[in-house]
Design a protein around this ligand. Structure first.
Ligand code: SF4
Ligand code: SF4
Length: 389
């Protein structure tokens, strides 16, 4: 199959050179000319990008539970259907090879993976869901595999698929906390030596487009975070978007920079020293019930779960830190409040919290929750308006 992918800076761009302004914009006319040229270039980039087809090879045979594959079907902004139909302006169309979504089974399903490993599928994104088992300690068996090698009749382990597919991938995406950091299968005492994809390939690893491994944590990942990241990758590979903004751990910064508490609908209660006693309490911060929100990076409280609805602490669920590299060990037992959380709660509850609450309640009752006095009937105007003519 011919590759629809061309890197930026090929003849396609050279052919447009005549559209560029001959000198830098120094006056209004040149500024307009430069703007028009930039718009034309963007339109050409988008048109080129829309004609592309990007393959997403999605391995669900890491050590995991397929939670992200299920979650993705609930995405709305953008939806899975939007990505597959390629209806978003400037976005290439995606073809996703995922066993949960596929009609094909067995050899028919693994055929595109084999074609990609042989260099016959381009460009593609490799997605791993689930953590990477250490096959060096699997003895005579194996921990995780997909398909059978026709040459020796042996199962092809997930790590062998990663070894075959990662070198040709335009980008590699570790989907979910298991794939990103190891997650639940990598808990202390596990027998498989499970690890995250960066632990396996190395944190300095780069794709052939120079993109680091992208870590998208969550257990499971918030559905729209999945499709939005795939869309950004499609734009990046399509040539419309420049570098993705990733943090030091490879997480999309725009999704993961705020803590749960910074986006939580209950954070105001914490500031005022009001704490829930049970998950059913409609008012009060959940930190005394074990919520880890103040030290966890996650956008679920602001984004919700499905179509903007839900979001753990917003609906009474404590945050158990499922997006974090230390999950789950560093946050267990989940229902026990941390000493830091209790100290912060005691500080807010016995010092400034009640004072702030009383002052605010008073101000609300007497000032802000009251209509201005000039809104009334009568022959006089009390608004302070002064006629100027
Ligand atoms: S991160 Fe959670 S939802 Fe995703 S595969 Fe692992 S256990 Fe399942
Ligand atoms: S709020 Fe906490 S428990 Fe909920 S998804 Fe985010 S990190 Fe996980």
């Amino acid at each position: 199959m011919a590759s629809p992918w061309k890197p930026r800076g090929t003849a396609r761009h050279d052919g447009r050179a005549r559209l560029r302004p001959r000198r830098a914009a120094g006056d209004g006319a040149h500024f307009v000319e430069a703007s028009v040229t930039a718009s034309i270039e963007l339109a050409l980039d988008q048109a080129y990008s829309e004609r592309q087809l990007i393959h997403v090879l999605w391995l669900t045979t890491g050590l995991g539970c397929d939670g992200e594959s299920v979650a993705m079907t609930a995405a709305t902004h953008p939806s899975l259907e939007d990505l597959l139909r390629g209806i978003l302006p400037g976005a290439p169309r995606l073809v996703i090879y995922n066993p949960l979504l596929a009609y094909e089974t067995g050899e028919e399903f693994t055929a595109p993976f084999r074609r990609a490993a042989a260099g016959g599928l381009n460009p593609y994104v490799l997605v791993l869901e689930g953590s990477v088992a250490n096959e060096e300690i699997s003895g005579e068996g194996h921990w995780a595999a997909m398909g059978v090698d026709p040459d020796d009749g042996q199962p092809i382990t997930t790590s062998a698929w990663i070894d075959r597919l990662a070198p040709r991938a335009a980008a590699v995406l570790a989907m979910g906390t298991c794939a990103a950091f190891g997650g639940i299968p990598a808990m202390r005492g596990n027998p498989t030596g499970a690890m995250g994809l960066r632990d396996y390939l190395g944190s300095d690893w780069r794709s052939r487009l120079g993109i680091p491994i992208i870590n998208l944590p969550g257990c499971p990942v918030q559905p729209d975070n999945i499709t939005e990241t795939l869309l950004h990758l499609a734009f990046r590979i399509g040539g419309v978007e420049r570098d993705l903004d990733l943090d030091d751990l490879g997480r999309p910064r725009w999704l993961c920079e705020r803590t749960v508490q910074e986006g939580c609908g209950r954070a105001g209660f914490a500031e005022q020293g009001k704490f829930a006693q049970t998950p059913a309490d409609r008012h009060g911060c959940l930190v005394k019930l074990g919520c880890k929100g103040p030290v966890v990076k996650c956008n679920v409280p602001t984004r919700g779960w499905v179509a903007g609805v839900g979001g753990c602490p917003n609906v009474g669920g404590i945050c158990i830190a499922c997006t974090m590299p230390g999950f789950p060990d560093k946050f267990m037992p989940f229902m026990a409040p941390s000493r830091l959380g209790l100290a912060a709660a005691a500080g807010a509850r016995f010092t400034y919290g009640p004072v702030m609450r009383r002052l605010r309640e008073r101000a609300i009752r007497h000032h802000f929750d009251v209509e201005p006095g000039w809104r009334r009937t009568g022959k006089s105007l009390g608004t302070g308006y002064r006629p100027r003519w």
